[in-house]
Design a protein around this ligand. Structure first.
Ligand code: NAD
Length: 471
């Protein structure tokens, strides 16, 4: 069993003030895979103090030096990739062969790209009599969820390192392991003491204390909209900058001239990947009424071809926890009660013979956009298929949601897909089978959040702007 009971504060592995630990469960087999520290407010205070005292030196470290360290970190991530894959896979349930390309390769690329962003702190712009400069915003607190734990870590930590900020990180209590490997990598790469500090624990204790702390300047949170609101409320009295990456209920418009087979395969796999635990998942599939029957049949056969389990053939692993499994099953019950038509999957476990928190790929047809299964984020392998009469109606349904994180369009040609994409109120739109791009900014409209991660704008979240007025 992995021992994750120490904290990483001021460049050292230290015993926590709290003597409590939490079990980390492998959702694929229900075994305890690690014990992790359940830190308290005293631990938070020590970590913030370390980040504060490291700030002056790190924020004034030349961009070339910070860039070199970030590059070295990315190289070490590549060298320790197998450990990172194991850490993610065994704590959140994604099968190893998928976790490699989905959960680890991308974050390594993301970290590499941040090395080229450190120079943003050294750009000086002339504006009349003023010089406009960008400076590190200060001490940051990072609070992450469990679904893409390394990706979310890199989106925050890589950007903050490039910006010259120091930080305290709180991983999800379910998935802290890869953060411990990253702390070791930071030591190996010579990151100065205090720049990065790791304090695992509960959201209501560690997360809340970080948000309230007077010496924390920026909070970047990824997680549910419910917790994101609490984070913003806790941060408000000290007027912190708060970045929120929250939930979604993203639409996927298939036009009547699209390649239906290709579009359906893309849409079903998009929802089922990571067992549906993807904030950008295109969970509302909008299909022209004239193609609806054919589309439902295609979707059913595609979903039924996907293997569930924890081996090299599996497309869907376990849900990240028993609680998540039960939450998804409850939504499937709600869908049936609301009168949606269960096409495949459902309440029965696909792997009754073995332990693990599995849910079968599930599709509902006959869904209307007012049903709870179409309005609320389920965060599981559940696809809602909604018919539409014409494109205007499809766009209206697409935008009829409190969320605005992602969206998709599959059309016959790129120009018409782009013209539809421009009408959807969401932070990204994946057209004609696109995948995540680490060069592009990521973030949501409406209740999907505030702020952006990755790209230049993802670093600017951790920069302040100063005008030096010349006499
Ligand atoms: P969650 O909101 O329960 O927890 C996320 C993190 O917040 C955890 O570290 C948790 O300990 C902490 N937390 C909980 N309550 C807190 C509080 N009051 N104060 C401070 N911190 C608190 O979410 P989850 O179940 O871990 O993750 C799933 C959710 O995350 C989904 O809603 C999903 O859409 C969202 N998500 C969003 C993005 C995005 O980039 N937009 C990415 C991944 C996941």
């Amino acid at each position: 069993m992995k021992d994750l009971t120490k904290l990483f504060i001021n460049g050292l592995w230290v015993e926590p003030q709290s003597k409590q630990t939490l079990d980390v469960i492998n959702p694929s087999n229900e075994n305890v895979v690690a014990k992790v520290a359940n830190s308290n407010v005293d631990d938070v205070n020590l970590a913030v103090a370390a980040a504060k005292s490291a700030f002056d030196d790190w924020s004034l470290t030349p961009a070339t030096e910070r860039s070199k360290i970030i590059n070295n970190i990315a190289t070490r991530m590549e060298e320790r990739k197998a450990e990172l894959i194991t850490a993610v896979s065994q704590t959140m349930g994604c099968p190893e062969h998928i976790a490699g390309w989905l959960q680890v390769d991308g974050p390594i690329e993301g970290m590499t790209l941040f090395a080229d962003k450190a120079h943003l702190t050294e750009q000086i712009k002339d504006a009349g009599s003023s010089l406009i400069i960008k400076e590190a915003a200060g001490v940051c607190a990072f609070i992450n969820p469990w679904n893409y734990p390394l990706h979310q870590f890199v989106g925050k930590v890589g950007a903050a390192l490039a910006a010259g900020c120091t930080m305290v990180v709180k991983p999800s209590e379910q998935t802290p392991w890869q953060d411990y490997i990253m702390a070791e990598i930071f030591v190996e790469c010579g990151l100065p003491a205090g720049v990065f500090n790791l304090v695992p624990g509960l959201g209501a204790v560690v997360g809340e204390a970080l948000c309230r702390h007077i010496d924390v300047d920026v909070v970047s949170f990824t997680g549910s909209t419910h917790a994101g609101i609490k984070v913003a409320q806790a941060a408000a009295p000290t007027v912190k900058r708060v970045t929120q990456e929250l939930g979604g209920k993203s639409p996927f418009i298939i036009t009547d001239d699209a390649d239906l087979t290709a579009a359906i395969k893309y849409g079903v796999e998009d929802v089922m990947l990571n067992s549906g635990q993807t904030c950008t998942a295109l969970t509302r599939m909008l299909v022209p009424q004239s193609k609806y029957t054919e589309a439902v049949a295609l979707a059913k056969s595609c979903a039924e071809s996907l293997v569930v389990g924890n081996n090299e053939n599996a497309f869907l692993g376990a849900m990240s926890s028993k609680a998540q499994q039960q939450r998804v099953l409850e939504y499937i019950r709600i869908g049936v009660e609301e009168g949606a038509e269960l096409i495949c999957g459902g309440l029965e476990s696909p792997l009754v013979e073995q332990p693990g928190f599995y849910v079968a790929p599930t599709i509902f047809a006959g869904v209307n956009n007012n049903m709870r299964i179409a309005r609320e984020e389920i965060f599981g392998p559940v696809l809602c298929m909604i018919p539409y009469q014409d494109l205007d109606e499809a766009i209206t349904i697409a935008n009829d949601t409190p969320f605005g994180l992602s969206s998709g369009v599959y059309a016959n040609d790129e120009a018409s897909a782009i013209s539809i994409a421009r009408k959807i109120r969401a932070g990204q739109c994946y057209i004609n089978g696109a995948f995540f791009n680490y060069l592009a900014p990521f973030g949501g409209y409406k209740q999907s959040g505030n702020g952006r991660e990755f790209a230049d704008i993802g670093v600017e979240e951790f920069l302040e702007t100063k005008a030096i007025q010349r006499g």
